[in-house]
Design a protein around this ligand. Sequence first.
Ligand code: SF4
Length: 196
Amino acid sequence: MFSLYKKYLEFIDRTLEKEFESQKPFIKCHKACSLCCESGDYPLSRLEMEYLMAGLPELEVSVQKKIRSEIRGLLDVKSMSDGHIMHRCPFLSEDKTCFLYERRGLVCRTHGLASFENSAEGVYIKLPRCADEGLNYSEVFDGKEVQICKFKDFGVKSPVEHSLSLNFYERNLPPEFVDLEFGEIRPMLGWFVQKQ
Ligand code: SF4
């Protein structure tokens, strides 16, 4: 069912490996650093969510229960908010690794990189949140602004020169992936229905 999507993930991993390599002097990502998974809304397409959730039955039953319980708790919090919350990812384990690492979506695979993104106000540089914590890109971030002129001091041309969003990759996929249908994109919790 997911055979084409799995090939796409291999392609994405190869592509992102080059992007991480180009930004290497600024990258402090390492196993069990979970800052990117501690607070976010984790936008995922329908296809990404279906592939992620297809991995749930492969986990130990106790882990499945824990994840489902965390999701229910988050949905309760969401129901008492304006509908949009930033939250710890329910797939993050106690030892700060991802229970479904091989199945994670693009937003997770690009965690840690800085990129040029578009907004209604124009192009801006999107930094990973950990720049604030003295981690990725902290050498070129003064707490308010990215100092783009300093990139060359580290042998880096610029942040990733294009968006790291799913929309960008969808528009720029090689022809062998044109049949992939990602579907609607929602924040992770938007894919779960709260039981009354
Ligand atoms: S799915 Fe995994 S990698 Fe993605 S935010 Fe959750 S814990 Fe982190």
